[in-house]
Design a protein around this ligand. Structure first.
Ligand code: ATP
Length: 462
């Protein structure tokens, strides 16, 4: 087998996602809905496996972190207190010729000019003015833009508002999941027998009116976050910040990501809440981009919510009787971005006797299907019923798939493309010697295994 240089271009990944039912554009029969995507049958399995790994790392393996599932809708006051109503924005510019709107920092960066969405309007417009001739409209190619202005990313709704004037008093779809954690900090403290330092973990949807949403599921307007907020004593910030940076880096290695495709990016221009901010970036087909943010948020969040709600959110240390506002270290990852990184990492093309094999080399714990069970021939009832019997047994422990369609070669290719680590074939010999053929996705080696040994075989390998 000759290894072809892997081409991880985004188009190939997008095509695989559509072809094999990982990701579909939203509302496709109505020509789609910009920057929103749906997970298909294998996509939902992969996304669930990613979330399961994160949840396990954050809760099951720790005795200092508890879980939470706060609602998407919250009092609009939450978003005033958090600073999002005023300060959660990206710089927007409009092409004067075709009226396409773009994110100004992205246009500048694409032209090789350093810019950051956290810069003030003045700062970014200054850079924009100096580099105007380098910037072209991605839609029409013209170089005539309006000055950049801050565009708020919060998505509004009229939930619970029956006045008909919801523009004036909107409710919001949450722009980040962590606010649900801050507003429940006291409830958790009072009910879960936690003591500082402790964390609260949550996975859930977030919504942002992203100005330009390209690059497939990397930037979408509806997405899922996996966020953990770690509450600490003021002064312990550096220690826990460093610990969490290391833990989060290790998490991605544990998902099978090659460390050469990861790097740290330090934020020079800090967003309004942050004291220190680093991103873990992944080398996507379009370059290194943020996969996760690790932020030292200081006491910003609890102080703000205390101020706006009038509630005392201080912590009373039971050992020292000391009272303080906890500081927070946050780790904030996106399900979609992790999903895309895992796909890019696993996607391989191999040259096999004049044919190209596409294979997703996912770690078994992430693979949507762990074992595919095939009767050699679909019209031989004794093979089909034996295969069913084995499938019915294995499915109790692993996510399996039964497939009797087409020739075995085609069935292997299909499972390779969705990343199934093992395929198992029941043939005529099985009926006499109770052995099946197990084929390994990565090596393509086949071995005969006794039916009675199958569970142990898979238990050791999956
Ligand atoms: P970016 O700079 O790329 O817009 P951000 O700094 O605004 O990202 P955070 O607010 O730190 O992102 O959100 C934490 C994580 O949530 C990100 O690291 C990313 O994985 C995910 N995320 C944020 N915005 C989106 C989006 N529009 N689509 C998909 N995932 C997102």
């Amino acid at each position: 087998m000759k290894k072809k240089e892997t081409d991880n271009s985004l188009d190939k990944i997008i095509s695989l996602c559509k072809r094999r039912g990982f990701v579909f554009p939203s509302s496709e029969i109505y020509d789609g809905f910009a920057a929103v995507y749906d997970f298909g049958p294998y996509g939902v399995e992969l996304a669930n496996n990613i979330k399961k790994e994160w949840w396990k790392a954050m809760t099951q393996l720790r005795d200092d972190i508890v879980g939470l599932d706060a609602a998407i809708f919250m009092s609009p006051k939450v978003w005033e207190a958090s600073g999002h109503v005023k300060g959660f924005s990206d710089p927007l510019t409009e092409c004067r010729k075709c009226h396409a709107r773009s994110r100004l920092d992205a246009l500048l960066e694409e032209a090789g000019v350093f810019a950051d969405e956290k810069m003030t309007e003045e700062e970014i417009n200054h850079i924009f003015d100096k580099n105007k001739e380098k910037i072209k409209c991605p839609a029409c190619g013209a170089s005539d833009f309006t000055p950049g202005r801050k565009f708020n990313l919060l998505v509004q709704s009229n939930l619970g508002n029956f006045t008909g004037d919801w523009i004036k008093e909107p409710t919001y779809l949450r722009g980040e999941t962590c606010q649900g954690i801050y507003v429940n900090y006291k409830n958790v403290l009072d009910s879960a027998r936690v003591r500082i330092p402790f964390g609260i973990a949550q996975i859930g949807k977030a919504f942002r009116n992203e100005i330009t949403a390209r690059q497939f599921i990397f930037r979408t307007r509806e997405f899922e976050q996996m966020e953990m907020q770690y509450f600490i004593k003021p002064g312990d910030d550096k220690k826990y910040y460093d610990e969490w940076k290391e833990a989060r880096w290790q998490f991605y290695l544990g998902l099978g990501i090659n460390p050469d495709n990861l790097k740290w990016h330090k934020h020079e221009n800090l967003v309004f809440y942050a004291k220190e901010a680093y991103d873990i970036e992944y080398r996507y087909p379009f370059g290194f981009r943020e996969l996760e943010g690790v932020h030292a948020r200081g006491d910003y969040d609890l102080t703000q919510h205390s101020k706006y709600s009038g509630q005392d959110l201080n912590y009373l240390d039971p050992a020292t009787n000391e009272k303080f506002t906890p500081h927070i270290v946050e780790t904030s990852a996106g399900v979609g971005r992790t999903f895309l990184a895992v796909l890019c990492e696993g996607y391989k093309e191999e040259e096999l006797e004049g044919e190209t094999r596409v294979v997703l080399k996912l770690l078994p714990k992430l693979a949507p299907i762990k074992i595919a069970v095939f009767p050699l021939l679909k019209n031989k009832s004794e093979l089909v019923s034996k295969a069913r019997e084995i499938f019915d047994k294995l499915k109790l422990t692993w996510r399996c798939e039964f497939d009797d369609n087409g020739n075995i070669g085609k069935r292997y290719r299909r499972q390779d493309e969705i990343g199934t680590p093992y395929c198992l074939t029941i043939d005529f010999d099985t009926l006499t010697n109770s052995e099946v053929t197990v084929r390994n996705r990565d090596t393509m080696q086949q071995e005969r295994i006794k039916i009675i040994d199958l569970e142990n075989f898979f238990r050791e390998r999956l």
